[in-house]
Design a protein around this ligand. Structure first.
Ligand SMILES: [Zn+2]
Length: 432
C-alpha cells in the first residue's frame, strides 16, 4: 500500500518534470542569492559634498555652495545611518578641506564603495534657469544603475515641487564622461552620480533653501530616502521598510549614451487673437526636440532683446497656447525661445503687433478734439475780427455821414443867411 503511494508519487514527480525545477531553483539560490542573504556585508555608500576649501563652488546673494553641500551631506549621512545594513562615509567633514576629483574617487575606492553620491547646488550664467537634475555616466552598467537611482531621486523632487530638469549624461571632447567625479570614479570601478539639488541663483528655487539650514537638511533626508529605496533598506528606528520598493529596472545600454548636442529642432509661433480690452495676445507655440526634450520656453515682446521668466514646457507636449500681456503705446515684436534639456536655445519667428488700436483710437479722438477746438478758436477769432472790422466800417461810415450832415447844416445855414440877407435887401429895395 505504502509502496503504491510512493510509486504514484514518484510517477507524478517524473511526469511533471518537477525534479528539474527543484534542482534549478536550488542551484539558482546558491549561484545568485537574494540581496538580503548576502547582506552580511553592508552596503557602502560615499557621500561627496562638492567643492570645499578655496573652491567655494557657486556663489550668489550670500549663498555659498560648498557650505550648502556640506549641510546636505551631513544630514544625509545621519539619516542613512538610521537604516540597517549600510555604512556611510563623507569625502570631507568640514569646509576647510578641498580635495581634487581624483582624490575623491580614490577615497571611494579605498572605502570599497558600492556607490558614490556627489552633492551640489547649481547656478547658471544667465541666472534664468531653475530646477533639479541628476548627471550620470554614459557607459554600460554605470549608466543603468545611475539611471535607476536617478528615477527615484527625480520622483522625490517632483513630490517636493521642484522643477525636473531630468537625468542626463554628458561627454567631453575625448568621448569620456564630462564630469570629473563621474569619470575618475568610473576608472576605479565606482559608480557615481552627480546630484544638482536646484539652483542657488533663482527665485523660483530659493523657497526650497532660503528659510535656513533645516531646508538644506530636508534635501539630505530626501536623498537618503532615495538611496534607501534603491537598496531596498529597512529602518526599525524610522519604522520604514523599503524591501518591496519597486526599483526601476534599466537595461544596460549596448552603446554610449551620448548627450543631445543640437538645439531644439522646432520652435514657431502663430498669433491666434489680440484682445485689446484685456491687453492680451493669445499665441500658439510649437516646440520640439527630437533628441532630448523641451524644458522651458521664454517670451520676448521686444524681438528677443529681453525675456520674461522662463516657464516650464509641459513634458511630452509639442504644442502650447500662451497668453501674453501686452504693453500699450508701443510696437510689439513677440518672439518665443525654446530651451532643451541641455539648455540649448532655438528662437521662433517674430509676430509684429501694432501699438494697441484702443490706444490708437483714443489718441485719434484726442487729436480730433484738439483740431475741433482749434477750428472753433480760429473761427471765433475770425468772427470777432470781422465784428471789429464791421464796427470800424460803420464808424467810418458814420464819420463820413457826420461830415455830410455838418456840410448840409453849414450849407443850409449859408442858404438861410443868404436868404435872410436877400430878404433884407428886398425890403430895402421895396422901401426905396
Ligand atoms: Zn557644484
Amino acid at each position: 500500500m505504502t509502496g503504491a503511494i510512493f510509486y504514484k508519487f514518484m510517477r507524478y514527480f517524473i511526469l511533471n518534470k518537477l525534479p528539474g525545477i527543484f534542482l534549478a531553483t536550488f542551484l539558482m539560490f546558491f549561484l545568485f542569492p537574494p540581496l538580503n542573504i548576502i547582506a552580511d556585508q553592508p552596503i557602502v555608500v560615499v557621500l561627496d559634498p562638492g567643492h570645499g576649501g578655496d573652491n567655494k563652488g557657486a556663489l550668489h546673494n550670500g549663498y555659498i555652495e560648498k557650505e550648502m553641500n556640506l549641510i546636505v551631506a551631513k544630514a544625509m549621512k545621519e539619516e542613512l545611518e538610521k537604516y540597517e545594513g549600510i555604512v556611510v562615509y563623507l569625502t570631507r567633514e568640514d569646509d576647510t578641506i578641498d580635495m581634487n576629483l581624483k582624490e575623491r574617487a580614490k577615497f571611494a575606492e579605498n572605502k570599497k564603495a558600492d556607490f558614490m553620491f556627489s552633492l551640489h547646488f547649481n547656478m547658471s550664467a544667465t541666472h534664468m534657469l531653475y530646477g533639479a537634475e541628476v548627471w550620470i555616466s554614459a557607459f554600460d552598467d554605470f549608466y543603468a544603475k545611475g539611471h535607476s537611482f536617478g528615477q527615484i531621486q527625480m520622483a522625490a523632487y517632483d513630490d517636493l515641487g521642484l522643477f525636473n530638469r531630468g537625468i542626463k549624461t554628458r561627454l567631453n571632447n575625448s568621448g569620456d564622461d564630462y564630469y570629473g567625479i563621474i569619470r575618475e570614479s568610473r576608472k576605479l570601478g565606482i559608480n557615481t552620480v552627480l546630484i544638482e539639488h536646484c539652483h542657488l541663483d533663482h527665485v523660483i528655487d530659493e523657497e526650497f533653501y532660503a528659510l535656513g539650514d533645516f531646508q538644506l537638511e530636508e534635501f539630505g533626508k530626501l536623498t537618503a530616502a532615495s538611496v534607501a529605496k534603491y537598496y531596498q533598506l529597512k529602518s526599525s528606528l524610522l519604522d520604514i521598510d523599503y524591501s518591496d520598493y519597486p526599483v526601476p529596472a534599466v537595461p544596460v545600454p549596448t552603446e554610449v549614451m551620448k548627450q543631445d548636442l543640437s538645439p531644439p529642432d522646432v520652435c514657431y509661433i502663430e498669433l491666434m487673437m489680440v484682445n485689446e480690452e484685456a491687453k492680451e495676445a493669445v499665441i500658439n507655440l510649437t516646440a520640439e526636440d527630437y533628441d532630448s526634450r523641451i524644458l522651458y520656453y521664454g517670451i520676448s515682446l521686444d524681438g528677443g532683446i529681453s525675456f520674461d521668466t522662463l516657464r516650464p514646457f509641459p513634458a511630452g507636449e509639442t504644442e502650447l497656447t500662451v497668453t501674453v500681456n501686452l504693453p500699450t503705446g508701443t510696437e510689439i515684436s513677440i518672439l518665443a525661445a525654446a530651451y532643451n534639456a541641455y539648455d540649448r536655445i532655438t528662437q521662433s519667428n517674430i509676430i509684429l503687433i501694432d501699438p494697441l488700436t484702443e490706444a490708437e483710437i483714443l489718441a485719434e479722438i484726442e487729436e480730433d478734439e484738439e483740431e475741433l477746438l482749434d477750428v472753433t478758436e480760429v473761427s471765433l477769432k475770425e468772427f470777432t475780427q470781422e465784428l471789429v472790422e464791421m464796427q470800424e466800417q460803420i464808424e467810418k461810415k458814420l464819420n463820413e455821414y457826420h461830415f455830410i450832415i455838418i456840410g448840409i447844416v453849414i450849407l443850409m445855414l449859408i442858404l438861410i443867411a443868404v436868404i435872410i440877407s436877400r430878404v433884407d435887401l428886398l425890403r430895402r429895395l421895396m422901401k426905396s
